[in-house]
Design a binder for this molecule. Structure first.
Ligand SMILES: Nc1ncnc2c1ncn2[C@@H]1O[C@H](COP(=O)(O)OP(=O)(O)OP(=O)(O)O)[C@@H](O)[C@H]1O
Ligand SMILES: [Mg+2]
Length: 334
């Protein structure tokens, strides 16, 4: 299978009045055609900024992408999204790459009917008549599970519940049959039963489109149900990246082990409190010369305070940024 997106050494900073926020510090990963990649990590670890950088949606100022490439390969042609001109980039966003964010309210226009909003996306990216766009919109509304689509076409976002609004946003994201769908915490604002429905819907639609999906969440439980591969972020870097089963069965980074330990287990008594990882995430205002996790790590030794660990290959499609070998119980030979 071919690679549809290759992010190489991405560096993004924010120049704020408090100082320079080192938000993304050399992130590299790739995405294969049709695969679902989950991105997990604590709040502030750089999940959203990574993908907003790739889409060039970072507010600038204060944000600046300082280094890196994001090679997008579509129909045999490759382009670096970070240097593409803005007009071409606008075609990519919403066209070849669909997006779903946490809060449907901020994505939807409150004074346009939902039908008009979906149709507008279609006519902006595809050469179709208004009538065809309307027909396609009604089909999309049906696909995302909105009853009475002909009637609902004329509704405004405020007339919909949160879950229904997120279905509309998903309809917009898939309207132009994108090759990649980026979903940033798409279910966080919804209650649990609706969350499960949206996850199911997403799975079904992305499979039907054979689209690759990047699913951002702080919830390793959700990711296990949807992703084939998981990228764990910490302090604006990649801590670990692996196939889901491999990550859950053989986590190699002490931070991943901590995250997995914090997952509630179904067979545990409800009263048992969740384990949390001690300490706080690193202050991104201070540029680091050592492992960002060393303060919180039970295994940190001298080297961890002297060097930034590179991404080390530890298995097929498994990389970890850690000098300590948990399985061996000692420093890695790197
Ligand atoms: N506009 C901005 N100005 C200054 N700093 C910013 C800005 N946007 C993001 N950052 C900083 O970049 C870092 C990464 O933020 P990001 O939003 O990517 O985190 P996240 O992993 O998506 O967290 P969450 O789970 O809370 O969504 C954070 O330290 C954040 O404060
Ligand atoms: Mg975020």
């Amino acid at each position: 299978m071919g690679k549809i997106l290759e992010v190489k050494n991405l560096v993004t900073k924010f120049y704020t009045s408090d100082g320079v926020v080192n938000a993304i510090n050399g992130v590299s990963f790739d995405l294969e055609e049709g695969e679902t990649l989950g991105i997990v990590g604590e709040s502030g670890s750089g999940k959203s900024v990574t993908m907003m950088s790739v889409l060039r949606l970072i507010p600038s100022p204060p944000g600046k992408i300082e280094e890196g490439e994001a090679i997008f390969t579509s129909f045999g042609a490759s382009h670096d999204l970070l240097t593409l001109d803005e007009t071409a980039m606008r075609d990519v966003r919403g066209g070849q790459i669909g997006m779903v964010f946490q809060d449907p309210i901020s994505t939807l226009n409150p004074i346009m009917t939902i039908g008009e909003q979906i149709s507008e996306t279609i006519t902006r990216h595809l050469r179709v008549s208004n009538d065809e766009a309307r027909q396609q919109t009604i089909k999309l509304l049906t696909q995302v599970g909105i009853p009475d689509p002909e009637l609902r076409y004329k509704s405004y976002p405020f007339q919909f519940s949160g879950g229904m609004r997120q279905r509309v946003v998903i309809a917009i994201a898939i309207a132009c049959s994108p090759q990649i769908i980026i979903a940033d915490e798409p279910t966080t604002a919804l209650d649990v039963t609706i969350q499960a429905q949206i996850v199911d819907l997403f799975k079904r639609l992305s499979e039907a489109l054979n689209a690759a999906v990047i699913w951002i969440t702080h919830d390793l439980g959700v990711v296990a149900g949807i992703a084939e591969r998981v990228l764990v972020m910490y302090g604006g870097r990649i801590a670990e990246i692996a196939l889901v089963d491999d990550l859950y069965e053989h986590p190699q980074h002490p931070y991943t082990v901590g995250l997995l330990g914090a997952l509630p287990k179904l067979d545990e008594e409800e009263t048992k409190r969740l384990v949390s990882i001690r300490g706080a995430p690193p202050d991104l205002l201070i540029p680091l010369k050592h492992c960002p996790f060393s303060w919180r790590c039970d295994y940190a030794f001298e080297r961890c305070w002297e060097e930034i660990p590179p991404q080390i290959k530890v298995g097929p499609r498994h990389e970890v940024s850690c000098f300590y070998d948990l399985e061996k119980g000692g420093p890695r030979d790197v």
